[in-house]
Design a protein around this ligand. Structure first.
Ligand code: GLN
Length: 183
C-alpha cells in the first residue's frame, strides 16, 4: 500500500480516488507543493487543461510538479492530465510541463464525436473518450502501451504514463493497478 496523490485543483479527481482506494491505496488530494513530499505516485486527472494550468500557476505548483515527474515515482496523466505532461500542445497551443515526449492535439478525438466508448486494440481495455486529445507524435523513448485505430492512446516514458481516455470512469481497474500496484 502506498499514498498516491491526485492533483485536485479542477476536474475528475474523485473518480481516480475511488479506483485507487479500491486497489487498497491511501490517497491525498494535492492542492499545495508541500503535499508532493508525502506521496509515492501522482495522478493528473482529466478536466479542462487550460483552467488547470492557470490554477497550477496560482498554487505555485508548476516547478514542483516538474520536479516530481523527475523523481522516478509513477505519474499518470489522463486526458487534460496528459495534455499537461506533453512536450508540445497544439490547437490551440498551450504551455505544458514537458515531461512526456509527445505532441498532442487538443479535442482531436472529440471533433468526430463529442464522447464515445471503445476497446483498446491490444489489451481490450474499456476506454471512454471525452473531448479527448490525440497523440500525434511520440519521441523515440516513448512506448505505445496500447492503441485505438492504430494510434497510440496510452503511452509510457519511464515513470510517466499518459492516456487520452478516462480509465477512471470505467469499472476496469487494471490500468491503475499496472501503474501503481496493489489490488
Ligand atoms: N479537452 C480538454 C482539454 O483540452 C480535455 C478533456 C478531458 O480531460 N476530458 O483540456
Amino acid at each position: 500500500m502506498a499514498t498516491i496523490g491526485i492533483l485536485s485543483l479542477q476536474g475528475g479527481f474523485a473518480a481516480h480516488q475511488r479506483i485507487l482506494s479500491a486497489l487498497g491505496h491511501d490517497t491525498l488530494l494535492i492542492k499545495t507543493p508541500e503535499q508532493l513530499l508525502d506521496i509515492e505516485g501522482l495522478v493528473l486527472p482529466g478536466g479542462e487543461s487550460s483552467t488547470q494550468l492557470k490554477l497550477i500557476h496560482h498554487a505555485k505548483l508548476f516547478a514542483p510538479l516538474i520536479d516530481y515527474c523527475q523523481s522516478e515515482r509513477p505519474v499518470f496523466g489522463t486526458c487534460a492530465g496528459l495534455i499537461l505532461l506533453a512536450r508540445d500542445v497544439r490547437s490551440p497551443q498551450q504551455e505544458s510541463l514537458g515531461q512526456l515526449d509527445v505532441v498532442v492535439e487538443r479535442n482531436a478525438w472529440g471533433r468526430q464525436r463529442q464522447s464515445f466508448e471503445a476497446r483498446s486494440e491490444k489489451m481490450r481495455w474499456p476506454m471512454l473518450f471525452i473531448r479527448a486529445p490525440k497523440i500525434v507524435s511520440t519521441g523515440e523513448h516513448v512506448e505505445w502501451v496500447d492503441t485505438y485505430q492504430h494510434e497510440p492512446v496510452i503511452v509510457r516514458q519511464g515513470n510517466i504514463f499518459g492516456a487520452t481516455f478516462h480509465p477512471e470512469l470505467t469499472d476496469d481497474m487494471s490500468i491503475h493497478q499496472m501503474i501503481f500496484g496493489c489490488g
